[in-house]
Design a protein around this ligand. Structure first.
Ligand code: ADP
Ligand code: MG
Length: 269
């Protein structure tokens, strides 16, 4: 399964969730690959790598047709690989502006290694440009990390519309399958109301043919946990940094929820 972590807002938990969900899948026995499509390269740093000193990155794969995706794979941990970003990645967007087929460069290259992995997690930038399109063109599903804030639902609505358009143009099979609640404060009324609104909204979509008809709020929400904010500066996943903290507990349980759903029907591992 190829999953893109998508939200046009920054600071909602995309990178944290991509890295720690991927690490949880790997710990669970699944061969997992992380791909960093954000020029900020936070995912790359979070797993302890430096894109500027790595020979072949996502940037090279996008702009150089000769570059082989197998050369871009870096081992992070047992069963966990990464394809990293460097700061140059921001330039790819303009460098490729006139090239036809620029939206699915990565999808085409990925086919060569797709059978080496059970799960691929793609960290997207907080924008909806060419880099995000490359993620959506190769993804089977989209997870939307978000915080249960006022107006959260409006942001999600806009995002879903965009995914709907992408489906029509580059990837008709793409589905939005899960919302990941990050930095969650369960006990607040606001959080409870937003979650209820999300549940209602998705339940009302079940019988339509929109790409989010199978979407639900994934369980459990990820609680606010300082360890999750500390781990990136050590270049470690939460399981390397503090495997017994609440953050590690939450991402383990979330990964189990996702895996159970994959085994039960929509999609298979
Ligand atoms: P995005 O990739 O969407 O911009 P990040 O994953 O980088 O968001 O998260 C934004 C900030 O919040 C980071 O500093 C991250 O360490 C922190 N953070 C994310 N999830 C949690 C959490 N559950 N508890 C505490 N801090 C978190
Ligand atoms: Mg990020």
């Amino acid at each position: 399964r190829v999953v893109a972590m998508l939200n046009q807002k920054g600071g909602v938990g995309k990178t944290t969730s991509a890295v720690n969900l991927a690490a949880a899948f790997a710990a669970h026995g699944h061969r997992t690959c992380l791909i960093d499509l954000d020029p900020q390269a936070h995912m790359t740093l979070h797993v302890g790598l430096d894109g500027d000193s790595i020979e072949c990155t996502v940037y090279d794969l996008l702009v150089d047709p000769q570059r082989d995706i197998a050369d871009a794979i870096v081992k992070v941990d047992e069963r966990l690989d990464a394809i990293v970003a460097e700061t140059d990645l921001a330039a790819a967007e303009t460098e490729l502006a006139d090239q036809s087929g620029r939206q699915d460069i990565l999808a085409r290259k990925f086919q060569a290694i797709s059978d080496q992995y059970d799960v691929v997690m793609i960290d997207c930038p907080p924008s909806l440009g060419l880099l995000t399109l490359n993620a959506l063109a190769m993804a089977d599903e989209v997870f939307v990390p978000m915080q249960a804030h006022f107006l959260a639902l409006q942001g999600v609505g806009k995002l879903l519309e965009t995914v709907g358009l992408v489906c029509q143009s580059v990837n008709p099979a793409l589905e939005v399958t899960g919302v990941v609640l990050c930095m969650h404060e369960k006990q607040t009324n606001l959080a409870r109301e937003v979650v209820d609104d999300l549940d209602t909204f998705f339940n009302e979509s079940r019988d339509s043919n929109v790409p989010w008809r199978h979407c639900r709020v994934l369980q459990p929400p990820i609680r606010r946990n300082i360890k999750l904010a500390e781990a990136p500066s050590f270049g470690q996943t939460i399981f390397q940094y503090d495997p017994t903290c609440r953050g590690a507990e939450d991402y383990t349980a979330l990964a189990e929820d996702v895996i159970a759903r994959w085994h039960n029907g929509t999609g298979s591992l």
